[in-house]
Design a protein around this ligand. Structure first.
Ligand code: ADP
Length: 252
């Protein structure tokens, strides 16, 4: 029998400690995630329930405005549920992509066009630029739309009247194709950037919920881009704006 030296025991104790603290951290993250989910689901249900109960109590009809607000809460609820389902499927490796050969230029132009009215309505100038001769790629078009929708609606939400958003499509030797969404919005503080792709992470919790976010958009973007074999990243400067970019490999 060979006895462990003090050195070895020290090393083992250290490694057990770090395993225990990693487990503790995951457990804490799991608890925080549950708390966030409960909070997100409870909010819209409570608002809608109260309105409906007021109607039942008084036996009066809801005004169109009140009905609209109940409908809005229901929409929020289904968005959170769909987003959570996607994230949970992705986390279990069960989110399957339906890939087809795609003309990226056609898709890109259409995807940006769909946001023109929304941007104009907020007084934001939305424009796009595209490199020529981008080869076809194999990708799930619905999921690419979801990525683009999340990033563009964020850009619009965080940019004020008079701002601009430039969406570009480029070819890159190493990364494949790159889509960038550059806004002149509020920007994100440097210390927040590393958390921005986490589930339910919001720089300003209360404001973000009022503007219709679920706090899951970027977490989903990250999962979907990575499922395609790509990467997503962000550069931002407070007060100047943010640029979110993602790559998609050309051969997959
Ligand atoms: P949300 O539904 O709250 O928008 P996301 O996961 O899409 O959730 O984004 C997380 C947080 O990142 C947002 O709450 C916001 O604080 C910040 N954020 C995302 N996109 C931008 C942007 N273009 N400009 C400034 N902040 C942004």
């Amino acid at each position: 029998v060979q006895l462990a030296t003090d050195d070895e025991i020290g090393r083992m104790a250290k490694s057990f400690n770090s395993m225990a603290s990693a487990l503790e951290q995951t457990e804490q993250q799991r608890k925080a995630l549950y708390a966030d989910i409960v909070h997100e689901l409870r909010n819209p249900v409570t608002v809608a329930r109260c309105r409906l109960e007021a109607m039942l109590d008084g036996m009066v009809a809801l005004s169109p405005q009140e009905l609209k607000s109940v409908h809005h809460e229901m929409l929020m609820l289904s968005r959170v549920i769909t987003d959570l389902r996607d994230l949970s499927l992705a986390g279990n490796g069960q989110l399957t992509l339906h890939k087809h050969s795609m003309d990226v230029q056609v898709w890109f132009t259409k995807a940006v066009e769909e946001f023109q009215i929304l941007a104009e309505g907020k007084g934001i100038q939305l424009s796009c630029s595209m490199e020529r001769k981008i080869p076809k790629i194999n990708a799930d078009q619905e999921r690419l739309n979801q990525i683009m929708n999340n990033l563009l609606s964020n850009a619009i939400r965080h940019t004020s009247d008079g701002g601009t958003i430039l969406v570009s499509l480029l070819k890159n030797m190493d990364k494949g194709i790159i889509v960038s969404i550059q806004d002149t919005g509020s920007g994100i503080p440097a210390e927040e950037l590393k958390h921005i792709f986490e589930r339910f992470y919001r720089v300003d919790r209360s404001r973000s919920r009022n503007t219709g976010g679920t706090g899951l958009g970027l977490a989903i973007v990250k999962q979907l881009v990575e499922l395609h074999g790509g990467e997503v990243w962000v550069e931002s400067q407070i007060g100047k704006g943010s640029t979110f970019s993602f790559s998609l490999p050309m051969k997959n």
